[in-house]
Design a protein around this ligand. Structure first.
Ligand SMILES: [Zn+2]
Length: 318
């Protein structure tokens, strides 16, 4: 059985991995990308920049992988398809990017097709948070569940939905914009989406850093803030616990629409799990409609930070 090349792409870096059919990561690398900072003047220029950047990084990763594994020409045939998780909205499974908040020049960009032409391989692309949901459903804490809501806690807050064992992306590729559920109306914090009071403005890594900096004047990373919280620093504890409570509230709102029993959470912030979990479950059960209280389980990802990569591998053509 052949291997696939999986890519989890962010605004500033991308992870590439060769993955087998059992979801084992055989080789991995992290590459700096500046997709969002490229000063392209037109859509055509922005598209060309992305295709060149991605295809060069992938070709160089594969050349290195074959060299390390001492593969010959037959080995090269081992990877024939690529699966990509990309931050943006896609038209169904077409691999056509409808739009991306971080790459405003791009509209209806045939990412999969153009990259396939550049690399001579089959390419499948889907929204990054939906890929993480697919990975968690196939290999992680959501394995075997009929329905699953997966939340990614990173620089932003993302969501992906599995319904009847199938990824659900909505009619415009924009379903489960979980990070932009409104959880606060009293002096709400502004959100990058243009609204205010979104859960992303409280529970993302960038929000936690910003809130800590606003309150204390100290610019610290999330790791340092968790450390302080664990040592009993009042301000750090309050911010992390409030992030958990807002998450629980947003999950309750999503469950009111979906009535599903399993939620999984992945991403860097899930490392603060022991402190996030109790206020999250309290808020979840407070805001759920009474018959559903106690019926929803929220599980930490069992895939470390690999849910997105494994999901990208899963959507690649076998
Ligand atoms: Zn928002």
């Amino acid at each position: 059985m052949s291997h696939v090349l999986a890519a989890d792409i962010g605004g500033t870096n991308m992870r590439l991995a060769m993955i087998d059919q059992q979801g084992r990561i055989l080789k991995e690398s992290r590459v700096q990308t500046e997709l969002s900072q490229h000063s392209a003047a037109s859509q055509a220029e922005a598209e060309a920049h992305i295709i060149t950047t991605l295809s060069q990084a992938m070709q160089s990763f594969l050349a290195d992988a074959y060299h390390v594994n001492n593969r010959d020409t037959d080995g090269r045939d081992a990877v024939r398809s690529i699966g990509i998780g990309f931050p943006g909205f896609f038209h169904g499974d077409s691999g056509v990017l409808a739009a991306s908040p971080n790459l405003p020049l791009l509209h209806d960009f045939a990412l999969a097709e153009l990259l396939a032409d550049a690399l001579g391989m089959t390419v499948s692309v889907q929204n990054d948070a939906l890929c993480a949901a697919v990975g968690e459903h196939r290999f992680g804490a959501g394995q075997g569940k009929r329905n699953l809501l997966h939340i990614t806690l990173g620089t932003g807050v993302g969501g992906g939905l599995i319904l009847n064992h199938q990824p659900y992306s909505g009619e415009h590729g924009m379903a489960m914009e979980f990070g932009h559920l409104c959880v606060e109306t009293h002096h709400p914090r502004r959100c990058g989406c243009g609204n205010a009071g979104c859960v992303e403005s409280y529970a993302s890594a960038s929000a936690i850093k910003q809130r800590y900096s606003d309150a204390t004047g100290n610019s610290l990373g999330t790791k340092a803030i968790y450390q302080l919280a664990n040592e009993g620093d009042d301000c750090a504890m309050t911010i992390v616990q409030q992030a958990g409570a807002y998450l629980g509230q947003a999950i309750a709102e999503a469950i009111k629409l979906l009535d599903i029993s399993t939620v999984t959470i992945s991403g860097g912030l899930s490392k603060a799990w022991p402190m996030l979990y109790p206020p999250m479950m309290d808020a979840l059960n407070t805001h759920l409609i009474p018959p559903l209280r106690g019926k929803v389980q929220v599980l930490r990802s069992t895939l470390a930070d690999n849910a997105g990569l494994l999901g990208a591998a899963s959507i690649a053509t076998p």
